[in-house]
Write a protein that binds this ligand. Structure first.
Ligand code: FPP
Length: 231
């Protein structure tokens, strides 16, 4: 969700105003995803690297997360959305962690869209953590080294049990992954748009989905193999 700062700067507003406007785009995108039948949506709200931003921006973002939880969770619950958080949540304040846990508990039984919010998340952090867990289990004789494969690694990652993302959308004009779900995005289709996150809406979401629908997903096979399998 990139471009909040530039959106605010263009309006001669503080960066915080951009993040606030970003919450509206989050709402529109979650609604669009649920309406379009998306099963899982994962939002990159705060990266491991974002801790390096000025303290005032970090603390205003944290306050915004608390406020967004307070204002949005009931509506998400009414719409059958299951909310989850991924990332180094222990790095967050006790108050924010408690609000997150409460929201997760409240929506745990919902059967609609799964909404993962990545906070204090980094793709490398995720993989390092999985590697450590598997190394520990191997050294304790719980698993054989030879049994470590792509599935055992995926089962230790933050999105364990969820399908790999089919589509990555990045707003704000940059064309990079920036340490998002490095492992899980291996075969994702990538959609980059210059639209700044606060301006992202249902129409923009539909553009990304339409482009995705035109893709042939080959997973290393040839186009002819895929077409034959579809017949
Ligand atoms: C990146 O834009 C955006 C962020 C670091 C924060 C994203 C947070 C929100 C959209 C707030 C709401 C989130 C939830 C889940 C309620 P940037 O600040 O890097 O923008 P810039 O590149 O234009 O400076």
């Amino acid at each position: 969700m990139d471009g909040n700062g530039r959106w605010a700067k263009a309006r001669k507003k503080p960066r915080h105003a951009g993040h606030r406007a970003g919450v509206k785009a989050v709402r529109a995108t979650v609604e669009a995803a649920a309406e379009r039948g998306v099963k899982v949506l994962t939002l990159f709200a705060f990266s491991s690297e974002n801790w390096g931003r000025p303290e005032s921006e970090v603390s205003s973002l944290m306050s915004l997360f608390v406020e967004a939880l307070r204002r949005e969770v009931s509506e998400l619950h009414r719409n059958n959305v299951r909310l989850r958080f991924i990332g180094a949540l222990e790095q967050l304040s006790d108050g924010l962690q408690a609000k997150m846990a409460e929201a997760v508990r409240k929506t745990a039984g919902n059967t609609g869209l799964v909404l993962n919010v990545a906070v204090a998340y980094g793709g490398r952090w995720d993989i390092v953590r999985a590697a450590r867990t598997l190394a520990r289990r191997a050294s304790e004789g719980e698993i054989e080294l030879e049994h470590i494969d792509a599935d055992t690694i995926a089962a230790e990652l933050q999105l364990a049990g969820m399908p790999d993302p089919d589509l990555l959308i990045r707003t704000g004009g940059e064309q990079r992954i920036s340490n998002f779900l490095l492992w899980n995005l291996a075969y994702a289709e990538l959609w980059f748009t210059d639209v700044l996150w606060p301006d992202f809406d249902k129409a923009e979401f539909d553009k990304a989905l339409a482009a995705f629908a035109r893709k042939q997903r080959r997973y290393g096979q040839t186009g002819e193999q895929i077409e034959a399998a579809e017949c």
